[in-house]
Design a protein around this ligand. Structure first.
Ligand SMILES: NC(=O)c1ccc[n+]([C@@H]2O[C@H](COP(=O)([O-])OP(=O)(O)OC[C@H]3O[C@@H](n4cnc5c(N)ncnc54)[C@H](O)[C@@H]3O)[C@@H](O)[C@H]2O)c1
Length: 178
């Protein structure tokens, strides 16, 4: 996950360099105080391609930002907390990463209306496995909520990705049968 995000940062920065003379690159992390958000934010703080790191969460981000500010890199870092500060956090962001969420354990413990994105066996697309929002409950998946309405650009991306995805899924299924 982290290497994918680093690659995405690199691609975005390269795009920025090609269209602009500045090398400012702001990354916003939403859910920055969590188990994924904190180490991800740390890695972004030490990434030389990032110049401005904005950390948003419903709790603790001022402290997380204060901790990361001690790492002596070129990137600035600021914490934003609560819904009223989310707009300021996202303003001017080149990349927004959202590791916010509610771990599925809560659903297994009986909490209602837990919705999570996860890569599961699926009939939503032609692919036998696909990642979509799921309504989770005590017994696992209660309902696959499917894909949201896609625009033409998103539909094209999906159609382009499906053949490769299906190939990889088949490879995995064949491997698991051995
Ligand atoms: N940790 C893993 O290995 C793993 C693997 C796959 C998927 N996930 C999923 O990724 C998500 C994050 O996992 P985690 O381990 O970091 O969980 P976590 O509970 O440690 O962190 C989640 C963070 O999101 C924040 N948050 C919740 N609602 C928010 C909101 N509305 N706005 C902003 N922030 C909000 C919480 O305050 C918390 O700091 C979860 O949904 C989890 O199910 C985690």
């Amino acid at each position: 996950m982290f290497s994918q995000i680093s690659r995405q940062v690199a691609v975005q920065v390269a795009r920025n360099f090609s269209t602009s003379s500045t090398n400012n690159f702001k990354v916003a992390v939403c859910g920055a105080s969590g188990g994924i958000g904190q180490p991800l934010s740390l890695l972004l703080k030490v990434n030389p391609l990032v110049t401005d790191l904005a950390l948003y969460d419903i709790v603790h981000t001022p402290g997380v930002a204060a901790d990361l500010s001690h790492i002596d890199t070129a990137s600035g870092v600021k914490g934003y907390v609560g819904a009223e500060q989310v707009a300021a956090c996202l303003k001017g962001a080149d990349l927004v990463v959202i590791p916010a969420g509610v771990p599925p354990l809560k659903a297994l413990n009986g909490e209602k209306n837990v919705v999570e994105c996860a890569y599961v066996e699926s009939k939503v697309t032609e692919a036998a496995y696909f990642s979509t929002p799921l309504l989770l409950g005590k017994n696992g998946i209660e309902e696959n909520l499917g894909l949201p309405k896609l625009n033409d650009f998103e539909k094209k991306l999906l159609d382009t990705a499906l053949p490769e995805l299906k190939k990889n899924i088949n490879k995995g299924i064949e491997f698991a049968k051995k």
